[in-house]
Write a protein that binds this ligand. Sequence first.
Ligand code: 7RM
Length: 634
Amino acid sequence: MSRDFSRIRSSEEYHEAMRASIQDPARFWEAQAERFTWMAKWEKVLSHDFERPEVKWFLGGKLNITENCLDRHLGERGNKLALIWEPNDPKERYLRLTYRELYEQVCRYANVLKRNGIRKGDRVAIYMPMIPELMVAVLACARIGAIHSVVFCGFSAQSLADRINDAEAVAVLCSDGMFRGAKEMPVKTVVDDALGQCSTVKRVIVTERVQWSVNMVAGRDVWLHDELEHVDADCPAERMDAEDPLFILYTSGSTGKPKGVVHTCGGYMVYTDYSFRNVFQVEESDVFFCTADVGWITGHSYMVYGPTLAGATQVMFEGVPTYPDAGRFWQIVDKHAVNIFYTAPTAIRSLMAHGIDHVLPYSLHSLKVLGTVGEPINEEAWHWYKSHIGKNRCPIVDTWWQTETGGILISSLAGVTDEKPSHAAYPLPGVQPVLLTPDGKEITENEVEGMLCMKFPWPSILRTTWGDHERCRQTYFSNYKGYYFTGDGAKRDAQGRYRIIGRVDDVINVSGHRFGTAEIESAINAAKGVVESAVVGFPHDIKGQGIYAYVVTEEPVVDAEAMRGNIIEAVSAGIGRIAKPDRIQFVSGLPKTRSGKIMRRILRKVAENELDKLGDTSTLLDPTVVEEIKAGRI
Ligand code: 7RM
């Protein structure tokens, strides 16, 4: 019998699994898929064509992912904790849900959705803070086959409206308001603002969290607690095709409009469970704590789905790392005896800057594995994490992946394969990365650098971008024929370990979150008095990359502070506060070529303060603007 590699426990097994997965990918993934409950078995494991592109996994298979996240565990794990929810305020009581309780809550919420006319295939926007009902709402959608589109609560009404309209969502699930550190913030009123521009939404279901009085539109808005009075805890899981969409998640690219990345039921289920168990080497009794927000892909794959598929216990945290002080994460780790801790480099750098005094009061002895995600981790932060949090006894997994990949593709396996600071290291078995030269040739040797691509599909690769398949083809499958292009540049060292350098397109990674420069520019251009703008990233100590904006105004700027305030307001309204520029420089013109293209290279160099490395500026329409830009650097 061939090994199924359901859990890779040694470096030998890793290499064996890697070989097996390349030799016979279908067989490798079939063995993984057999761990799950299927309503009907697949007829074929894989069909793919990267040129159209068309990728299908477990063809003809029928399943419901929530049956695998919940029902499947009720026998052995019914009384095991699925969720430990830690509120924003440490003085508020925390909440614990067993798998049975989570199952019942999901079924009830699913019945509420049905009662409100929501059906299989409908799109449902979810705009909620990090409360248990968010997890329940997402799973409830999956239970009835509605396609969820979670929108991070930090996005503005305009962003929410754009996402609702693109997906033609029929309902919005939200809360009255939210707690965030010392602040209480509105949620429902943001939804109300957004819905002024949305005609497809028939229903808004509101969860009570902050007990604010909110405006309820008759015939459209209902309270969750009222609806729950009318339903029971029995809701059969909808029969879904393996290739039916499970969710849409919007992500920024190099154009102005975020695109809706589509993941499907079967492949996403198989891959998130596989990667979760293997990367973190999760044991039955482990407590896992991922600090991401469910509004991002990390929260989808390694909070809502991966841990529940694996039957793990996890901590979900409502608040922020610095409230009531910068020791909050560590206080939570000790309080709930967390074994596996997964966060972003930006959080590590920010806590590092607050000083070791916030770490020292805590023992952290429960920790076994540490992880990072979202951006490259610099060596200094890596070593701080390793020694002060992991006490030099926890492996660190630096997990590289993307919204589009659905799950972790490159990472060491905790304690199984070796680690190296700032290196995501090795592909997971079943993943086939390559480095390409700019003209598309595969670089086979080591100690090289190139464009990071994938030459073979894995089960959770994106299937399309919602409503615009051509855009999916163009963005990911056209630059290098026959490959999936990640948009990242990477190096490979002598041992074959990957080190991600960063984006090679016009995408800025701010605190692990992606924004397109074009997207930010269009928000800036909406500010009164702005003619045009150009945005570039620059190195930022905490955020990884900061946002530097060059802005051309109609009139010479008299009150720079007021104008900057206007611009920040415009970005907050257009995208959300998370995308506000760190630096704004007013210029009389942008460096453009004769064909009108902005030479971003120059703007990037000025923002990075590499004024002597601007390169050739002779092709500019007006080379004199460069001197002005250099002189006015902020
Ligand atoms: C999971 C997530 C994806 C982009 C990706 C990279 C960057 C993510 C790492 C990383 C270096 C890492 N999805 N990135 N993880 N860079 N090392 N471990 O973040 O879609 O929001 O972003 O993030 O540039 O292309 S995402």
